[in-house]
Design a binder for this molecule. Structure first.
Ligand code: SF4
Ligand code: SF4
Ligand code: SF4
Length: 320
């Protein structure tokens, strides 16, 4: 069960009342029962709008940018991985970020959820978790769905369900998924020939309209000037005729995120044309994990992969 709304509100209120932090960054209810939006509470009264349930998938570390005063972030494991990464990269002083960890069993993939329902999205009255199920209240009563069928696929393979880096924890620790094959989602790509994979990604990148929503959703995309904005920035292009540019953008971005991605899924959630960006991110994660035994943001001591020059150094850093 990962509805931590009451505990999150209570702790956020305490933190603001005591003056330990000036702001709490969390989620509030979005425009539908299966959506949340970011919420920034600066007073105890504003904590009443906070929620933390199965809809709270977006990575809140994206809102932490060199805070001058101490802020608290309601952090799932992937948010905490991103916070550890950006703190290490100089985007925030550790003392200015209180990581209020929350245990997590996966967050909704809106598309997967809605495809399971035989009624229109506007008829969803509520969404809640019960045991290993997500229960959707619809026009004819409750629809019970196995959680694994409606959460983001990357959540199914998450090893940070209890935040690896946090100042305190809300909820009981949740053990990581430790299947022998930690990347079964990549099986389809593995089965393809190199040419087949190139064709797969060509078809995906043809769809890209270069809206840069993936970049905006990502805590690790914080360069003041992104490489795609350096020369003749092009926005919201029609995908068909822009294949080379689209390829450069998507592959370039994935390379910049290698060893820095927390596998949160926010980029894929934000993509308006449903490009399976997590396959690309997970492919890069597997490559860096296998070569250097490195997963981003799994400890405070960990050095950044790109700052390491020897395999042995990477392994030593990973293990503290
Ligand atoms: S990636 Fe892990 S921590 Fe993040 S939402 Fe999914 S299960 Fe939770
Ligand atoms: S690349 Fe995507 S999955 Fe990785 S940290 Fe950024 S938003 Fe999250
Ligand atoms: S969010 Fe999707 S469409 Fe927009 S730039 Fe990223 S990959 Fe392309």
């Amino acid at each position: 069960m990962s509805n931590h709304t009451d505990a999150v509100r209570a702790r956020a209120k305490q933190l603001l009342e005591s003056g330990e932090v000036t702001r709490v960054i969390g989620h509030a209810r979005g425009t539908t029962p299966y959506r949340s939006r970011p919420h920034f509470a600066s007073s105890p009264e504003q904590t009443d709008a906070l929620i933390h349930d199965v809809s709270c998938g977006s990575n809140l570390a994206v809102y932490v940018s060199k805070p001058k005063e101490r802020v608290a972030v309601i952090a799932k494991g992937c948010d905490a991985r991103s916070l550890a990464t950006i703190i290490h990269e100089g985007q925030a002083e550790r003392g200015n970020v209180l990581i209020l960890g929350v245990s997590c069993e996966g967050k909704l993939d809106e598309g997967r959820l809605l495809r399971k329902l035989d009624f229109p999205p506007r008829q969803v009255k509520s969404v809640r978790e019960e045991g290993d199920e997500v229960v959707v209240e619809g026009p004819a009563g409750d629809v019970r769905l196995p959680r694994d069928d409606v959460i983001m696929v990357n959540c199914t393979y998450c090893r940070a369900r209890t935040p690896a880096v946090s100042d305190e924890l809300i909820g009981e620790p949740v053990p990581p998924r430790e299947e022998a094959d930690q990347y079964p989602d990549l099986g389809g790509l593995d089965a393809m020939s190199e040419a087949g994979r190139a064709e797969f990604w060509r078809a995906q990148f043809e769809k890209c309209i270069r809206c840069y929503a993936c970049r905006n959703a990502c805590p690790s995309c914080f360069c003041p000037e992104c490489f795609v904005d350096e020369y003749h920035p092009q926005w919201a292009l029609h995908g068909g005729g822009q294949f080379r540019g689209n390829w450069m953008w998507n592959v370039g971005r994935a390379q910049h995120l290698a060893g820095r991605c927390s596998a949160c899924g926010s980029c894929q959630r934000g993509c308006p044309v449903d490009i399976p960006l997590m396959l690309l991110n997970r492919w890069m994660e597997r490559a860096t994990n296998q070569a250097f035994d490195h997963l981003a943001g799994m400890s405070e001591q960990q050095k950044q992969l790109a700052a390491l020059f020897r395999k042995s150094e990477a392994k030593a850093s990973e293990h503290g």
